[in-house]
Design a protein around this ligand. Sequence first.
Ligand code: NDP
Length: 490
Amino acid sequence: MTELERTHDRAPVPASWDYAPAPEARDLVQLRERYGHFVGGEWLEPRETYTTIDPSSEEPLAEVGQATSEEVDLAVGAARDAFENGWSGLAPAERAKYLYRIARILQERSREFAVLESLNGGKPIRESRDVDLPLSAAHFFYYAGWADKLEYAFPNRKPRPVGVAGQIVPWNFPLLMLSWKIAPALATGNTVVLKPAETTPLSALLFADVLRQAELPPGVVNILTGDGRTGGALVKHPGVDKIAFTGSTEVGKSIQRELAGTGKRLTLELGGKAANIIFDDAALDQAVEGIVNGIYFNQGHVCCAGSRLLVQESIYEPLIGKLKRRLTTLRVGDPLDKNTDVGAINSQQQLDKIKELVASGEEEGAEIYQPPCRLPEKGYWFAPTVFTNVAQSYRIAQEEIFGPVLSVLTFRTPDEAVEKANNTPFGLSAGVWTEKGSRILAMAQQLRAGVIWANTFNRFDPASPFGGYKESGFGREGGRHGLEPYLDFE
Ligand code: NDP
């Protein structure tokens, strides 16, 4: 018998060349058919329900509750009870332990959460796995560290919790926005009623299971699903002491009007139309990567997306050439494929909005470029798009598209770049690409934006405060600043 014949059974050559299951396979997520509301540590049977879907296939995923004002009332009552009877009086170091536990559990279950986030929201698994999940856990770790140091964060000001926080989050980063809101609220001794967006409720509902695992006392965090009516009822509820909202400028303004004169605390993180400014001395290949990351990350469903590209005239031709070539390499498709760069648009409604604004860009006279790519037949999809020949007055240069659509403008001098960048009702973020450190600092001083990235874009860290100016809202999330909205001072 030859050596080969003897070892045949144990030969390292696989008999079949099928792919092994991916570590982020769909069956990591066990969905229930129907979910209730998480109130006072229990699942409450919903009075009304709706179906939540996978936007990449339009397949139904589960039935979830549409919370009515009576259910909002129950959740606020549970949060008040938990606030007064334990949580606000708990030793801060004990509160921190719960936050650490939540962070650890999120890390342990990160693959499950990443798959669910991509399934319900349409974002590429590469992003939910490498961005949403690590950052969500990092926020809980970070604020766990602050819980017993509030007296040092605000010396001589005797900080105390505000009470019951009503938190309303959007669909673009469902779990991450939940973490941005819940972590500082709990670290400072508040209790929470959270409403995820109508189209992406599932990761918040799975998060309720993390709270159970962490043995968080009942009522400290309550989760109600539903559409804008649920959000409206939460905003109006007299038992809520503070509202934290992330979403559209329009809804943000209506909430501000509603709360005027009520004494309720409010923070708003709203839309954006960020300028990503490329000077002629920038490293062009790196800038192209930054531009792509700035606008095509998460299908452009990013409030701080670099949706207006400002290019210095002398490098316009080579930069746009490189950018268009790079676009041809982007893979659009199945969010659960780890090679996908651009996933599905979150909903039919959002797809309609993108299409309407893109049509307006063409009508107003801008030149459209889309790389050749085949879009899946089912689900909501939009090809990565670049508009050149854009005037500042065009709607695609003024309004938030919230999709994979970039509008390119040019400038000659730094002053012109500042003027154009600031010519927007928003003021959330901006990017500056140049080799000169002094120019970065000079630009940062003049740009009216809450976050300014230099030679990078869309970088986040829990220690760094995030928030806007003008119609992008007010209040900061992240860092020591992110504690303040949840505290009263003597
Ligand atoms: P919304 O502002 O409507 O949604 C944000 C959150 O607020 C959701 O949970 C939503 O619930 C809730 N909500 C809606 N109406 C009310 C209300 N009257 N009172 C209290 N809460 C309410 O954003 P959309 O999802 O409608 O998106 C529209 C546009 O907003 C997008 O095209 C984009 O331009 C922008 N946007 C900006 C975001 C950002 O981070 N800056 C995030 C999301 C959207 P429900 O999901 O049920 O409507």
